[in-house]
Design a protein around this ligand. Sequence first.
Ligand code: GRG
Length: 294
Amino acid sequence: MSLKHYLQTNQSLVENTLSTLLPGGQEPPQRLNQAIRHSLLGGGKRLRPILVLACADAVGENRERVLPFACAMECLHTYSLIHDDLPSMDNDDLRRGLPTCHKQFDEATAILAGDALLTFAFELASRPIPGVAPETVLMAVRQLAMDAGIFGMVGGQMMDLLAENRMVDMEELQKIHQHKTGALIRCACECGARLGGGTEGHIHALRQYGSAIGLAFQITDDILDVTGNTQEMGKTTGKDEINAKSTYPALLGLEAARQWAAKQIDLALSHLEPFSRNADPLRDLARYITERTH
Ligand code: GRG
């Protein structure tokens, strides 16, 4: 199956499942449910849930087991985007080609939609999974909490805010992004492998793979902020330069940033060496991370 077809099939699977799991837009409280559906179902690459599914595929034949956890990852990611777009943070008007949640609704509704998605994510992630020991589910839920919170994404977002208006060096930049963006991507890979029935060796290798593609993903995001256009990206580009943000292209230059990302992809692919052809979608996804145009 081509990567394009693989992505489309799995994007539809995740979107249809999310749509069924969530309360409908006509269910009370209607405004909250409509805001959630606006942000969650209105586009997005679905990279994190697809990584959960692909890692489960790589270690066994258990993708249906991990589908609720995969959907939980997308809920959590979408909450972070809604809150990141708020006037008190990035103050953005456009997300996934649509008005941001606070623009379409209002700030209070956007805060609540984000909060609701964060908590709904943990409800989904903690659902019992037939054939999986409750201790294993608990380990995955704990990992998600660690990677989403103080020790992961939220901590990284704080580091990023504190780094505004000053130049940071490569070491600090890498630390910010390993937390802010990398933690959830790494978590998707590790938990997909764990809940899919992988061995400790598989779980460790896929965590390392996730770490490397997470960094490559962020470097590419920084590059696309310079080279991409707002329409194709579905979000405002060029903001990093306006805000004088420390980014990989700002620190290294565009060409060296591209090479740095390519090195991370080589590293990611090396962690997949022990895996069979079942890991081919992960191999293709790694290459797609740096080749994507949005
Ligand atoms: C507000 C708690 C809190 C955290 C915010 C993830 C994040 C932390 C902010 C998002 C802002 C941003 C541009 C981060 C850099 C890379 C990134 C996560 C981009 C968005 O992810 P994609 O490209 O988006 O996977 P789609 O829309 O395709 O899901």
